[in-house]
Design a protein around this ligand. Structure first.
Ligand code: HEM
Length: 159
């Protein structure tokens, strides 16, 4: 799409966006493949979400959404993908700023504490993994309970 990347990056349609080949390889992010695919997964999913919402909003406007089972299935099955897009977006931001912690001033390799060992960091990471696993299971359990509970019946008006 002509000019779109210029606007996305610099909020100006005619700004020049430099490619990786304008920088020496020691200033490149280390994992370009993962960065490339994370970004494409995020934007691809984002585009699909927009399309789904447009169709769903159209059906809602025509009063057909709640009886269009195929669309309800698509909406239900779309549930996990915003989480994936979110994670891919975060990967994009973190991988894309490598090798800098502070752009042009401090490299990531110079930014870690010499007082914290790799083992310590791994221990904390595993602790967070454990905590998030417990929270995820709790989340699924609560969502399931909410679904089994069903929607609240609308009160029938008396007049
Ligand atoms: C239509 C497509 C999309 C485009 C063009 C787009 C564009 C971008 C760009 C350029 C970045 C990097 C920003 C930076 O660090 O400079 C980014 C980051 C991010 N995106 Fe997307 N995105 C799209 C869809 C989505 C969707 C659908 C989600 C989630 C549901 C998402 C979640 C994120 C997150 C969490 C970040 C990281 C933000 C941060 O850590 O600062 N994006 N996106």
């Amino acid at each position: 799409m002509p000019d779109a990347l210029s606007f996305l990056t610099y909020r100006a349609w005619t700004a020049q966006v430099k490619g990786l080949d304008s920088f020496p390889p020691e200033l490149w992010p280390q994992n370009i493949a993962l960065l490339y695919y994370s970004y494409h997964i995020m934007v691809g999913l984002g585009t699909i979400f927009i399309a789904i919402m447009l169709v769903a909003a159209f059906l809602l406007w025509r009063g057909k959404l709640f009886s269009a089972r195929w669309m309800l299935w698509i909406l239900l099955l779309a549930l996990p993908f915003p989480y994936i897009a979110n994670t891919a977006g975060w990967l994009t931001a973190e991988l894309g700023r490598q090798p800098w912690l502070v752009y042009g001033l401090m490299r990531t390799a110079d930014g870690y504490s010499k007082m914290v060992s790799a083992g310590n960091a791994m221990f904390t990471l595993l602790g967070f993994l454990g905590m998030y696993t417990v929270l995820s299971i709790l989340f699924l359990f609560l969502v399931r309970r909410e679904i089994e509970h069903g929607p609240v019946a609308e009160s029938i008006s008396q007049h």
